[in-house]
Design a protein around this ligand. Structure first.
Ligand SMILES: N[C@@H](CCC(=O)N[C@@H](CS)C(=O)NCC(=O)O)C(=O)O
Length: 215
C-alpha cells in the first residue's frame, strides 16, 4: 500500500509532512480529518494519534506514526534522498533548532485546543495567537541571521537549499499572517519563505492546493 496521510488543509503540521513526502517523491493518499468538526478528537482518530492531533501517517496497514518531527526524521532515515537534513552535524543541529522554535515555541501556543481555553472571544484568541507568533517570528529572524553569519548566506532558512527548517518556517509564516502579524520588518524570514516557495513541490503542498480547502 502507499502511505496514507491523515490531515487537514489548514493544519501547519500537516503541511510540513505533505511537503516532505512530495519533496522525497513518496506516493501517498490523503484522508481528511476535519478540525472544525472536531474529528481529530474522535476515538477513531485517537487510535491513529492518541493526543488527537493531525497529522498522522499510516506507513503500513494499521501502523501509524504521528508528530511531524518524528515523521520527517523517519522519512529521512528510510528515504534519505533528496535530503531534508544537512550531513554536516552543526548545520543539521541548526536545522533542528529552527524546527523546534516552530514546533515547540510557536505552533503549540496557537493550537485550537489551547485557543479554546484562552477565551471564547474570537478577538481575544486572535490577539493571543498574534502575540506568540510575533514573538516566535522575531526569534526566527534573529536566529537565521546568526546562522547566516556562521554558514554563509544561502537564502533558505538554513543554508542554500531546502531543509526541514523551511518546511516548518513557511507554514508558520502563513499562520502569522493569518493572525495579523505585520511581517514587513522580518526580511530574512520573508526571503527564506520566498526561496522555499520557489522550489518544485511547494505549490502542491500549500493549504489552498488541498482537496478539502474551501473553493
Ligand atoms: N507537534 C505536533 C503538532 C500537531 C498539531 O498541533 N496539530 C494541530 C493542527 S496544526 C491539531 O491537530 N490541532 C487540533 C486541536 O487543537 O484540536 C506535530 O508536529 O505533528
Amino acid at each position: 500500500m502507499s502511505y496514507v496521510l491523515y490531515s487537514y488543509w489548514r493544519s501547519s503540521a500537516s503541511w510540513r509532512v505533505r511537503w516532505a513526502l512530495a519533496h522525497k517523491g513518496i506516493a501517498f493518499d490523503k484522508v481528511i480529518v476535519n478540525l472544525l468538526k472536531s474529528e481529530q478528537r474522535a476515538d477513531e482518530h485517537r487510535g491513529r494519534n492518541p493526543i488527537g492531533h493531525v497529522p498522522a501517517l499510516e506507513v503500513s496497514p494499521g501502523r501509524f506514526l504521528a508528530e511531524s518531527v518524528a515523521i520527517l526524521e523517519w522519512l529521512e532515515e528510510t528515504h534519505p534522498e533528496p535530503r531534508l537534513f544537512p550531513t554536516d552535524p552543526w548545520a543539521r543541529a541548526r536545522v533542528r533548532q529552527v524546527v523546534e522554535v516552530v514546533n515547540a515555541g510557536i505552533q503549540p501556543l496557537q493550537n485550537l485546543v489551547v485557543l479554546d481555553k484562552v477565551s471564547s472571544d474570537p478577538e481575544a484568541k486572535k490577539a493571543w495567537a498574534h502575540d506568540f507568533n510575533l514573538r516566535g517570528i522575531t526569534a526566527l529572524e534573529s536566529l537565521m541571521r546568526s546562522i547566516d553569519a556562521e554558514l554563509g548566506k544561502g537564502g533558505f532558512a538554513v543554508g542554500d537549499s531546502l531543509t526541514a527548517a523551511d518546511l516548518f518556517v513557511v507554514p508558520q509564516v502563513y499562520s502569522a499572517r493569518r493572525f495579523g502579524v505585520d511581517l514587513t520588518a522580518f526580511t530574512r524570514v520573508l526571503e527564506a519563505e520566498a526561496s522555499a516557495l520557489a522550489t518544485p513541490h511547494a505549490e502542491g503542498a500549500k493549504p489552498e492546493s488541498q482537496p478539502d480547502a474551501p473553493k
